[in-house]
Write a protein that binds this ligand. Structure first.
Ligand code: GUN
Ligand code: ZN
Length: 648
């Protein structure tokens, strides 16, 4: 059973419950060859802190001596490892050496009998060069075997492998059909050849297709991914587990793994690593070491680098800058840059997991940043939810210092003296209506002063869209006095644009959807503003406090009076999470909504959205923030679906 602890988009920190205790993901399982251990499992556990490893049941079963120990004393004693042990089934051997002489039933039972915590089906490894027909046929066999294994697994968790070569539709189909079976972990298999040949863009397509088909409540293991240069990207796409034989294989070839790639000792002119294995050694010294000692040092180095990168990735999930980390990492190899660029075509899917806002400001790292779902989100919501105020004139400002509305305050006041105007700013996100200047990521983002060609082109395109769609009688780019003279000729009289009122309306629609402003603000609106910084704090309607505006991301926090208005004004299922009767009293007391109690939810809910918790009669029970998407709320049986702020 899986439980999400923290997350950013598809990336997540989870707890996987196994019979050997809880395993935190994302995690790396070092591959231990039971016949040839480079680093002892005990050291992996005690010194490196690896809480899980993977070994091969096929190799154990084929070696008479170790098979007997495994069967009598168990896998954990055989390897001397107190953590979680996952076993593979021999499928990879068939990829390497052709057919294997074992049956699915036998190898699954064997894994169970030697006490594997997670065992693996004998899946058929689908090679990238296979035809679609051959791939489809072999998937049927894999699915049949998965079904068979599910009935045999006993207390062992079962890994059902998603295959499908490079065919996204087959990957998704295979993943989807596995969601009805009693499997506990979903590795994505058949990807080693893609990784070995640096076909990372295709790897991205394969991962995303698989994720689309899979249930959300199972950990996804990227089979054979052991290079730290890939971890951040794979985690960003929702992979939870990795396994590495590379650390040892590369070490035997005198190859060091780094975030930038793999380097041969004989080519290295220096070693700048201060990991516990390398500390105090230089390349000359390492070259002169006896073979065994050198291999061990490099293997340890490879493990430390991998371990540190996973810790870095976790930190990024916690702090909200995983996209930045991935974009930086993907610059270390052109093939990774291709992978990063290929994310552009998956924006729609990624947007479904994009949080409303993050604690960390969005940093621009290069033109690939423009493909982030945060950009698509803003563009879509503006298009679908924003209503231009009906002023005569639209003025456009070149991007001023942030926050825009503060910097341009006196200019806007001057213009409004003579003209019925509204204002936009040209930003890298496209045109920003001045009243939306404080929402995430408009205000919470940093770009270089000198914009690159792609940013300029994108901005130009979006400005052109605005030129086609606005309803102003006159549109002008602000150019100081000259524009003011033009405005004086065009229309005399004062403008009535009130940025505070416009902000409240625009944010309500942007955040809650069409019709929300009308539902929320119908009546006598009054604003409570903070004295020192002149920001909206609370919005009252007919004396009732309906929403508060957050300083961090410019969005609203819903109050019970506001929720009641929204509930009456916008139809179900919008912004609602419907809970079972069993949960109602609990949530009414202000306690969180847990996954097992969710009946349904609005598919448009995004992470950290303000939502209304309702019962089956659509009565308001509580308000809080969504921690999961609708599918996740329904798939997971454990964990918080809505962090409740107050009961109603
Ligand atoms: N190890 C690396 N790739 C695979 C795969 O596709 N299936 C299994 N069972 N093990 C693997
Ligand atoms: Zn090192």
């Amino acid at each position: 059973m899986l439980e999400i602890i923290r997350r950013d988009g598809l990336a997540r920190i989870c707890r996987l419950h196994t019979r050997r205790g809880e395993l935190e993901t994302p995690c790396l399982l070092p591959v231990v060859n039971p016949r040839l251990t480079t680093i002892k499992p005990r050291e992996l556990y005690d010194v490196f802190g690896f809480r899980a490893l993977i070994t091969n049941s096929y190799i154990i079963r084929n070696d008479h001596r170790i098979r007997e120990i495994a069967l009598t004393k168990g896998l954990h004693e055989l390897l001397d490892f107190p953590g979680v042990i996952m076993t593979d089934s021999g499928s990879f051997q068939s990829h390497m050496y052709g057919e294997v002489d074992v049956k699915n039933r036998d190898i699954v039972e064997f894994q169970r009998d030697i006490g594997a915590d997670i065992g693996t089906v004998l899946d058929i490894f689908t090679e990238p060069e296979w035809s679609k027909e051959r791939t489809a046929e072999s998937i049927e066999v894999t699915l049949g075997r998965t079904e068979e294994a599910a009935a045999l697994k006993g207390k062992m968790l079962l890994a059902g492998v998603v295959q499908g070569s490079i065919y996204p539709d087959l990957r998704q189909m295979c993943a989807h059909r596995m969601s009805d079976m009693a499997v506990d972990v979903n590795p994505i298999g058949g990807v080693v050849p893609l990784m070995e040949t640096y076909r990372f863009a295709e790897l991205v397509d394969v991962i995303i297709a698989s994720k689309k088909g899979l249930r959300a409540d199972r950990p996804v293991h990227l089979f054979g991914a052991g290079h730290p240069m890939l971890f951040s990207l794979a985690v960003l796409l929702g992979c939870d587990m990795f396994d590495s034989a590379s650390y040892a294989k590369f070490a035997r070839d005198d190859r060091f793994m780094f975030l930038e790639g793999t380097f041969r000792l004989r080519d290295m002119k220096a070693l700048e690593c201060n990991c516990p294995a390398c500390l105090g050694h230089d390349v000359e010294e390492i070259r002169k070491m006896p073979d065994g000692e050198r291999t061990e040092l490099i293997a340890r180095h490879n493990l430390w680098v991998s371990k540190m990168e996973l810790e870095r990735v976790k930190r990024a999930i916690l702090e909200g800058d995983l996209w930045e980390l991935v974009e930086r990492r993907c610059r270390s190899h052109p093939a990774l840059l291709d992978a990063l660029r290929s994310l552009g075509k998956h924006q729609e899917f990624l947007e479904r997991f994009e949080p409303l806002s993050r604690e960390h400001a969005l940093f621009y790292t290069g033109s690939e940043t423009l493909n982030r779902p945060a950009f698509l989100r803003y563009q879509k919501r503006l298009e679908e939810r924003y209503v231009h105020p009906s002023t005569e004139v639209g003025i456009i400002f070149e991007e001023p210092e942030k926050p825009y509305s503060r910097t341009m305050r006196s200019v806007m006041d001057t213009i409004l003296e003579t003209s019925d105007a509204h204002f936009h700013v040209i930003s890298p996100f496209g045109p920003v209506p001045i009243e939306l200047d404080e929402i995430y990521p408009i205000s919470q983002s940093l770009f270089p002063n000198e914009k690159d060609q792609q940013t300029k082109e994108r901005t130009d395109r979006l400005m052109e869209d605005l030129a086609h769609h606005h309803t102003y009688k006159l549109g002008a780019i602000w150019d100081g006095e000259e524009t003011l003279d033009l405005l004086k000729m065009f229309s005399k009289g004062k403008g009535g644009f009130n940025i505070d009122m416009a902000r409240v309306k625009a944010v309500a629609e942007y955040q809650f959807g069409k019709g929300a402003a009308e539902a929320l603000l119908n009546g006598q609106v009054s604003l409570v503003k903070s004295k020192n910084v002149d920001r909206i704090r609370n919005v009252l309607v007919d004396g009732e406090h309906v929403v508060s505006m957050r300083a961090e991301d410019g969005f609203f926090t819903l109050r019970p009076a506001g929720a009641k208005r929204l509930l009456a004004g916008i139809p179900a299922p919008r912004m609602r999470v419907t809970v079972m009767d069993d949960s109602v009293e609990f949530n009414r007391q202000g306690k969180n909504v847990f996954c097992g109690f969710v009946i349904d939810a609005d598919p448009e809910i995004r992470l950290h959205d303000e939502v209304m918790v309702v019962d089956q009669k659509d009565t308001l029970i509580a308000i809080g923030r969504a921690q999961l998407t609708r599918e996740e709320m329904l798939d997971f049986s454990k964990g918080v679906a809505v962090k409740v702020r107050e009961g109603a």
